[in-house]
Design a binder for this molecule. Structure first.
Ligand code: SPD
Length: 287
């Protein structure tokens, strides 16, 4: 493949605590929605990508690292997966991975910013792909925090939080009240999943998130992987359940139906990723 089709590239950086995480790319859209700055870039290295408020969210050749890690540990382990909720996820990548599971009957996607969906459908159509046309997908343009506080108890088998970083419209997705509502609306035998930031770049946020989610649900564990374009490249996703850590044990028959199309996730990868906790993180979580 000719890797030099995008010409006149500039460095596009996410700047975080005196470090730059950058990619050579061309800006093809840069605008402000009612909630945030939305930027679409095109690069040779990772294809087209999305930034929100100047933070990397996803890119065509990076999205599987993030979305498979967020979705499949939960969907391969919850007792039932008929009714699934996504909070955020406006690029469609989380929905696409979910809908590979045939047992899902209803997938609610609650995105606060309609413009993110429109822009991703236009510029990054491969990330949501077939999900946008799947009749099981119900998109609601609403605040996810309000949605979980209004939803009936025991109404979802799996809840997946695919928000951005804890500032701007996603800030409320990182607090105890939000997690308590998620627990309330999660069915028995259900699994909660959230992206939980980088243990290197966002150490304090990461540790606090895992501790609070553990206190709220009783069982919660982070899984560690990588999304090279994110700050430090090292990322985490945290899974929780009310009765036992069922998310640690993916079901083989569920894995068998998705594994051929996975680039990162496998039962083997998941087992390693839950165990790949550095000693300093383990110590911090024990405090
Ligand atoms: N700093 C990046 C945090 C990423 C959160 N979600 C990304 C959206 C991908 N669907």
């Amino acid at each position: 493949m000719d890797k030099s089709h995008v010409e006149k590239l500039n460095w596009i950086d996410e700047i975080h605590e005196d470090v730059r995480y950058g990619l050579k790319a061309k800006v093809i859209l840069d605008e402000y929605s009612d909630y945030q700055r939305i930027t679409i870039i095109e690069s040779n290295r990772y294809g087209k990508g999305l930034l929100l408020d100047s933070c990397w969210m996803t890119a065509e050749f990076q999205e599987k690292h993030y979305h498979e890690a967020l979705v499949h540990p939960a969907l391969c382990s919850a007792n039932d997966i008929k009714r699934v909720l996504i909070i955020g996820g406006g690029d469609g990548g989380t929905a696409k991975e979910c809908l590979r599971h045939k047992q899902i009957k209803n997938l609610d996607l609650i995105e606060i910013d309609n413009r993110v969906i429109e822009v991703c459908q236009e510029y990054l159509p491969g990330i949501g792909s077939y999900a946008w046309k799947d009749p099981r997908l119900n998109i609601k343009i609403e605040d996810g925090i309000t949605w979980v506080s209004n939803a009936h108890e025991n109404s979802y088998d799996v809840i997946i939080v695919d928000g951005s970083d804890p500032k701007g419209p996603a800030k409320g997705l990182f607090n105890r009240n939000f997690y308590e509502n998620c627990k309330r609306i999660l069915k028995p035998g259900g699994v909660f999943a959230t992206q939980s930031e980088s243990p290197e770049s966002f150490f304090k946020i990461h540790i606090e998130m895992v501790q609070i989610i553990r206190e709220v649900f009783n069982f919660a564990d982070p899984l560690y992987g990588w999304v090279p374009m994110y700050p430090s490249g090292w990322w985490s996703w945290t899974f929780a359940s009310k009765e036992s850590p069922i998310y640690l044990n993916p079901m083989k028959e569920r894995a068998d139906q998705i594994k051929e199309e996975c680039e990162i996730w496998s039962i083997r990868w998941q087992q390693g990723a839950f165990h790949a906790m550095p000693a300093f993180v383990e110590r911090a979580l024990e405090k």
